[in-house]
Write a protein that binds this ligand. Structure first.
Ligand code: IMP
Length: 176
């Protein structure tokens, strides 16, 4: 893809600064208690790996994969578990690590599903939030940046599996 087809929204340095601040907020909120990070594949993998290295807490990590947009840029509304957690979460302090909250459907489903497994606590951190697109009410406990209603890629986020490796976050412009 040509450079002109994307426009930088957040630089790598801006993201790193905000991730450090989020890590400090989360460290303070858990105050030395052990936290199980639930990284939502694939988009949150870059954020989770940066965030976890800045947490001054005992940390475990596990991964879930859920169905999302496929090759479209609009939400289908359907959520399906493609990969579940490896172990029981009963009695654990869970922090879901997500790349972006858009319609809110994914996290609404995930939170209900995980709460039914009786964790001790459940919170959500998202790097990005597009509140204008909500279809269900959902407020993340920790949020990096609120962004406008634009489709973004980079820092783990993809379009048709491309661009996840970009260090910053970009608005994808339609091809002409
Ligand atoms: P929601 O269920 O509509 O809140 O969507 C959450 C999922 O949709 C995210 O975890 C992303 O995988 C995907 N998504 C939503 N907006 C974007 C975007 O702007 N770029 C890339 N993926 C997105």
């Amino acid at each position: 893809m040509k450079q002109s087809n994307r426009e930088e929204l957040l630089s790598a340095a801006e993201i790193a600064g905000r991730v450090q601040e989020l890590a400090a907020e989360i460290t303070a909120a858990y105050a030395g208690r052990k936290v199980l990070l639930v990284c939502v594949l694939k988009g949150a993998v870059v954020f989770a790996s940066d965030l976890m290295r800045r947490l001054d807490l005992p940390v475990e990590i596990d991964f879930m994969a859920v169905s999302s947009y496929g090759s479209e840029t609009a939400s289908s509304g359907a959520v399906r578990i493609l990969k579940d957690l490896d172990s029981s979460i009963q009695g654990k302090e869970l922090l879901i690590v997500e790349d972006i909250v858009d319609t809110g459907l994914t996290l609404d489903y995930l939170c209900k599903n995980l709460l039914s497994r009786k964790p001790k606590s459940l919170k959500v951190v998202t790097l990005l939030d597009k509140p204008a697109r909500r279809r269900v009410e959902f407020i993340p406990d920790f949020c990096g940046f609120e962004i406008p209603d634009r489709f973004v890629v980079g820092y783990g986020l993809d379009f048709n599996e491309d661009y996840r490796h970009l260090p910053g976050i970009y608005v994808l412009k339609p091809e002409n």
